[in-house]
Design a protein around this ligand. Structure first.
Ligand code: ATP
Ligand code: MG
Length: 559
């Protein structure tokens, strides 16, 4: 890849370049700060690529930090999955994994500092009262009657809060900023609340917990972050981010920079909604191959490099927009077109008996693994008297446009001979159950004499093939913007999964390892399932079709 492609100009790169040029910073330190309350999705992939990507581009460092200030929701399983996703995407965090909880002692100390400076107070308004006092977007808030407590009283109450002397919610520590600020985040935000909750990392040590806004900026500063990159919804929080750091004794003051979220059509990028899909059994788990989670895309067979490429193509801007699913799928196709070895698989088998082929003969043929890349080598495939083709590749009669097998006509079997269909055998109900064909022995690697086959179709030997389970995945939602629907669950595509239990795959695929991806010729790209594919039970997931079939449907729909 050229440097132009890997390092496109964008507003964040301009800021970093200027900071390095002016000597404001000598190096770049970023962080990726997920909350461990769900699996990462394609939107997070963007944030990961941006944070780790800038660190990489400038030989800087990027931390992985779990924002675990909300003890009720965090789970170790999520944290593990998140770390695995970041690694799989191809990034390495600097040093140990960090946790906001590692800084609870320091955060507490800074809270006391604010109190001592007269910049924080213990409030005893109830949650409802606090809301009423807060005002609205068009009306200023009112000062709490507890706002002007003396410093000593605040300090002693805060220490009592910490010691567990008060009920949950009875009091809160608030920053003393400005109840009339046009920015609601600056109207004396709560920075500590009482909450008796066990925390995975700190156990029962704390019964008060800092809020996200107070924690995030200080954690960034403690870690020496230079550029704190986040999504646009934090723009209105930036004044608070800066206020906290300006008013405590800490040297480092990272610059918060916001960029627009990645939104993808036909899917959902909200952990809360994705969780609803999992809990409601609409999918088989967070890593179901239909999920837009990183682990779902991995299980589907999307290469990490294709996801990185896709994210790069979406750019880094402040413009809110939604990208088409086809952009992601095209990155996947492009990558796999180049890298996936070819193989033959018959998804809906129709048996053919080659009447003029010896019954006991097994002929070893050679097939290239990639039509454009000889270095990918070749493999053996086996020709026998009984073979399978796909049901869709035969018609009793058809017009000229049908470039497959028709009764009385001939077709080339990919990497093998030309055959002619002599007869379709039917059952009592008239269903075609088998074809009788003859092969032309003089057509291996050369054109037949005196006639022209209609096209090329794929096939596998009946005896020299393996049974496989193949799962065809389609988009999980029918509408481009399921998130905008009143109930997004009603927009689920009922046909997002089709399972074919009796597909047949060529012999070489018996050696496929979990997560290996192949192009099944003429069918699409397929990935050996990460968990279920094993010896004696071959399971392939369709990553993506060869062409964008939705483009056609959508064009028709809008015509
Ligand atoms: P969700 O809304 O899905 O729960 P979140 O923003 O609450 O996501 P976090 O775990 O807090 O999830 O996110 C970690 C980082 O990922 C944050 O810096 C956040 O800005 C970023 N991020 C989340 N969603 C997207 C997205 N769609 N596009 C880009 N970055 C995102
Ligand atoms: Mg969040």
């Amino acid at each position: 890849m050229s440097t132009e492609v890997t390092k496109p100009a964008n507003f964040i790169r301009n800021i970093i370049d200027a900071d390095l040029a002016s000597g404001k910073h000598q190096s770049v330190q970023t962080r990726f700060p997920p909350e461990p309350n769900g699996f990462l999705h394609v939107g997070h992939a963007k944030s990961i690529c941006i944070n780790f990507g800038f660190a990489q581009d400038y030989q800087g460092q990027c931390n992985l930090r779990f924002d675990d200030t909300n003890p009720a929701k965090e789970e170790t399983a999520y944290a593990k999955a998140i770390a695995a996703d970041v690694e799989w995407l191809g990034f390495e965090w600097s040093g140990e994994i960090r946790h906001a909880a590692d800084y609870f002692d320091q955060l507490y100390h800074f809270a006391e500092e604010l109190i001592q400076k007269g910049l924080a107070y213990v409030d005893q308004l109830s949650a409802d009262e606090m809301r009423a006092y807060r005002g609205t977007l068009v009306e200023p808030g009112k000062n709490s009657p507890f706002r002007d407590r003396p410093v000593e009283e605040n300090l002693s109450l805060f220490r009592q809060m910490k010691a567990g002397d008060f009920e949950d919610g009875a009091m809160a520590l608030r920053a003393k900023i400005d109840m009339a600020s046009p920015n609601m985040n600056m109207r004396d935000p709560v920075i500590y609340r009482i909450k008796r909750q066990h925390h995975i990392r700190t156990g029962d040590k704390w019964c008060i917990y800092p809020t996200y806004d107070f924690t995030h900026c200080i954690s960034d500063a403690i870690e020496g972050v230079t550029h704190s990159l986040c999504t646009l919804e934090f723009e209105d929080h930036r004044p608070l981010y800066d206020w906290v750091l300006d008013n405590i004794s800490i040297e480092c003051h990272p610059q918060q920079i916001e960029f627009s979220r990645l939104n993808l059509e036909h899917t959902i990028t909200s952990k809360r909604k994705l969780n609803q899909l999992v809990v409601g059994n609409y999918v088989e788990g967070w890593d179901d191959p239909r999920m837009p989670t990183i682990s779902g895309m991995r299980r589907r067979g999307f290469p990490a490099a294709a996801i990185r490429d896709f994210v790069l193509r979406t750019g880094v801007t402040k413009k809110v927009h939604t990208v088409e699913m086809s952009l992601l799928e095209n990155s996947v196709r492009e990558n796999l077109g180049e890298n996936a070895p070819r193989a033959m698989a018959v998804l809906r088998p129709l048996k053919i008996t080659i009447t003029n082929y010896p019954g006991d003969k097994v002929e070893e043929l050679n097939a290239p693994n990639h039509p454009q890349d000889e270095s990918m080598g070749s493999r053996s495939i086996y020709f026998t008297k009984e073979i399978y083709i796909d049901q869709a590749d035969f018609r009793e009669s058809a017009n000229k446009k049908y470039k497959r097998l028709v009764t009385g006509k001939s077709v080339r079997l990919r990497n093998a001979y030309v055959i002619t269909c002599d007869e379709a055998i039917k059952d009592a109900e008239g269903n075609i159950i088998e074809l009788h064909c003859s092969y032309d022995p003089d057509t291996l690697g050369k054109n037949p004499e005196g006639y022209k086959p209609k096209g090329v179709i794929h096939w596998v030997s009946a005896a020299q093939s393996k049974k496989a389970k193949v799962r065809l995945y389609d988009r999980l939602f029918n509408t481009p913007n399921p998130g905008a629907a009143e109930d997004f669950l009603t927009t689920i595509n009922p046909d997002s999964l089709e399972i074919l239990e009796d597909a047949r795959v060529e012999m070489s695929l018996a050696d496929a390892k979990p997560e290996d991806v192949f192009q099944f010729e003429r069918e699409g790209y397929f990935c050996a399932d990460r968990y279920e594919h094993k010896d004696g039970q071959l399971v392939f997931n369709r990553c993506v079709t060869l062409r964008d079939s939705w483009a056609k449907i959508e064009a028709k729909g809008s015509a």
